[in-house]
Design a protein around this ligand. Structure first.
Ligand SMILES: C[S@@+](CC[C@H](N)C(=O)[O-])C[C@H]1O[C@@H](n2cnc3c(N)ncnc32)[C@H](O)[C@@H]1O
Ligand code: SF4
Length: 358
């Protein structure tokens, strides 16, 4: 039975959600709440209980990546962070070169605390820069300045870990010139990864209630194309750019359809156990079995966002309209046993995916 369990399990990535922020930004609908002083001991107890639950359920499976996302993971006290990592090491087989990412808000992380996070295992830092313009940062409701973000990026680079920056473009009044300026500054920073997000107006956020005068779609498309033309990093997913080899392994694995455990309130996961895939809602410990078709459609939705594209295995071929793909070479391209969207295709991706699924 033990041997059988081993055959039927596979490695799982781990996502840990930290649902607290100092203050909610004007645009953000992520699952987090403003809380200056969360009860961190209670948070740790919950996270550790969930880690043990999945440890008991899955056995000592291999863990190639851990991603602390939020909310604001850089708010977590570093001793509690270290306890969580220890607990993962105790329950799972955390590989020696595991990628451990910490999402951070520059208003919450000093160089001293960054070093403590690194000592506890963090080897990849994602910095929420958003903009290099202090007026725009204020408009977005950020708690930090451009200089705070630059300081944190440099502290990360000096400590030898991989550093990524998150940026938001397409603010009211912006055009391609603004995004080109941002790209040039990113090129000078020496970071090997960045995420460039088009500002999305979400319901139930202050921006959602403000009737903002957003740039027209053509301007947004020009900005999107200007990013690929001006950044030295290569686009490897709709919103993500990296020096080859410096892609976020955690996200790559998830987009590729690998298993991952979601831990903490608001975290989702995809568990593979005894030959069956399960949808997992973190915190609720609810596991819903998924059919092969559901999994395949999900792999198309996430994989088509990436340059690598989707592996054309039997499950995918069962749900994909290959004739449609073959008759639209301007939008879709075949590369060996994979299919991916061309740059033209990426611009209308949602529409494309709807047509690609039978
Ligand atoms: C969880 S946050 C990153 C860490 C940290 N909370 C911070 O903001 O600095 C993930 C990223 O999503 C992006 N984001 C969130 N809401 C967005 C929106 N409505 N439109 C565009 N980008 C958004 C931001 O760039 C943000 O850095
Ligand atoms: S963007 Fe980041 S800091 Fe701002 S509210 Fe969202 S999760 Fe919190």
């Amino acid at each position: 039975m033990g041997c059988m369990m081993q055959i039927m399990t596979m490695s799982h990535n781990i996502y840990i959600h930290v649902p607290f922020c100092i203050k909610k930004c004007q645009y953000c609908a992520f699952f987090s709440r403003a809380c200056a002083n969360p009860d961190w001991d209670e948070y740790a107890r919950k996270i550790i209980t969930e880690i043990r639950y999945f440890g008991d359920m899955l056995g000592k499976i291999t863990v190639p990546t851990i991603f602390f996302g939020g909310g604001t993971p850089s708010l977590v006290p570093t001793d509690i962070f270290a306890r969580i990592i220890d607990e993962i090491r105790g329950n799972f087989n955390l590989v020696t070169d595991a990628e451990i990412t910490l999402e951070s808000n520059p208003g919450t992380l000093s160089t001293t605390r960054l070093k403590e996070f690194c000592d506890a295992g963090v080897n990849r830092l994602s910095v929420g820069v958003q903009s290099f313009d202090d007026n725009k940062l204020q408009f977005l409701g950020r708690i930090h300045t451009k200089d705070d973000a630059l300081r944190l990026i440099n502290a990360g680079l000096n400590s030898g870990i991989r550093v990524s920056g998150d940026f938001i473009y397409g603010l009211p009044g912006e055009n391609a010139d603004d995004v080109i300026k941002t790209c040039k500054m990113i090129n000078n920073l020496g970071i090997s990864h960045c995420s460039m997000y088009e500002l999305t107006i979400e319901e139930n956020t202050p921006f959602g209630r403000m009737n903002l005068d957003m740039p027209p779609n053509e301007t947004m498309a020009e900005m999107y194309m200007a990013i690929a033309e001006n950044l030295k990093l290569s686009r490897y997913e709709v919103s993500n750019y990296a020096t080859p080899g410096h892609e976020c392994r955690h996200n790559q694995n998830v987009w590729d359809g690998d298993a991952y455990i979601g831990i903490g309130d608001g975290a989702a996961g995809r568990i593979f156990m005894n030959g069956t895939w399960y949808e997992e809602l973190g915190g609720k410990k609810l596991l819903k079995p998924m059919t092969n078709d559901m999994r395949a459609i999900e792999r198309i939705i996430t994989g088509m966002r990436t340059k690598r594209g989707v592996l054309l295995d039997d499950d995918i071929l069962h749900v994909m309209n290959i004739e449609f793909a073959k008759s639209h070479p301007n939008m879709l391209t075949f590369n060996g046993n994979r299919i991916s969207a061309t740059d033209n295709g990426l611009l209308i991706l949602d529409d494309l995916i709807t047509k690609l699924v039978k």
